[in-house]
Design a protein around this ligand. Sequence first.
Ligand SMILES: [Zn+2]
Length: 540
Amino acid sequence: MDSPDLVFENATIVDGTGKPSWKGEVAVRRDRVVAAAEKLSDNFKNGAERVNAAGRVLAPGFVDVHAHGELEPLADTSAAGKVVEGVTTEISGNCGLTPFPLMGALRGRFEKEACDEYGWKPSRLDWSSASEYFDKLEGAGCSINRGFLAGHGSLRAAVNGYGNNPLGEDGRRLMRHLLEDSLNAGCFGLSTGLAYPPGCYASHEEIADLAGICARKGALYTSHMRSESDELETSIAETLRVCRETGARTQISHLKTALQRNWKKIEFLDKTLHQARRDGLDFHADRYPYTASSTGLDSILPNWAYVGGNTEELKRLNDSSISATLEAEVAAKNPEADFWARIQVAAVTHEALRIEISGRNMAEIATMWNVRPFEAFRRIAIEDELRTTAIFSSMCEDNLERILSWEFVMVASDATARNISGPTRVAAPHPRTFGTFPRMLARYVRERKLLSLEEAIRRMTALPAETFHIADRGTIRPGAYADLVLFDAQTIRDEATFSDANRFPTGIDRVYVNGVLAVKDGTVLDARAGRVLRHYERFN
Ligand SMILES: [Zn+2]
């Protein structure tokens, strides 16, 4: 065997498989691990750079299978917020949204976003298919490995726009064709966002048809379900039905019981999901270690408000009689006194508005403006043209711990790779953007002792890699890629909080991506050793 370039000595190795940690040495040559043993011979190690890992845990780089980000990977190739947490691979394109196939109404949406957020001309969006987008990312370079799902909402928007009509046979055929094209380009599966337009207008048949294609290709079906709150039971039934009827391996995205009146449904979730697994259904789930979600501020509206896309939605909000109906529906659905206080404004595109309201909750903003909370919501939506995102405190710690304890649940961020400065910075993001993985290890392993270190690492590495078919990543073994994270299990912690989120975690010494040092002592290096990953690299 050729001599290694790099050897970790005296490391506590947690290899991702869940087996007990062991003290030993790991050797890396170029982009792969070439040896892992209690003691490697001095002869073999000759000439290699040696890293004394005494008192440190060496684990596979974390695999974040629930990521977002469409233009951000092009706007800032550093992926700083992810790699600094120890994430070496992310799967984007969740919840139905991908920047491909970039055609029709989907192109219009992204051209506007590219101009509003980054000042780009439409000509900069010079791709259409998944494969062209991947080429673009490869040309730009990336600091972490990136794989993608094909978003159902994007497919539907490309083919049919943002209408709520059922798709005719021609539309269905075109969607099938575009999905196959995306899967052939290397997408790891299909994602749905059935709570968002236009995914929310799709029938079971439309989804099952596409999930069937995934099943035949061995690709995954992931779902942000229609409801994670009041209609949780029917949404779980719908997801499991797709899994059962099509045979597609299935992933339930950010599993939760949202809104206090639904917290008791944890018993239903526990019973139903464990029974379905005993019945042999092949599904998993992911979850971020926080009790607040984050999405568009306008997600509080009923589905009919979105029909036809943003222009139509804005018209409805501008029409006083329609907006009165919307206000009444939102109030009827959310009678709790603290409903508005639990919504904190996160990203705002409009500059003056951003300075005034980001980080504040909707009840505060209403008081500040001396208007009803819905009126404050309406003003923000109109002025910021529906681009505002928010953080919704709607979950409880007990249910979070229960979900994280289930053996089929992976840890994932649901966040876009952002930086604390530069074009991808957001004024008041969800702290999961910079804290997910260290928080799992600090709070739920070290402090709460919910899981062993080995099991938590498995849920952050080997389990997601196996489930998503990410070849040769997620474990430390000879032949695997040298995606590695070296950290102090006694001190690793998230520093980002809901009131001060733009903070990197601490306690991580080094992160390697494909054998290249990408983070050293909390500093992100300009390594750009990441790759665009394609399904079927080995699982063919
Ligand atoms: Zn989602």
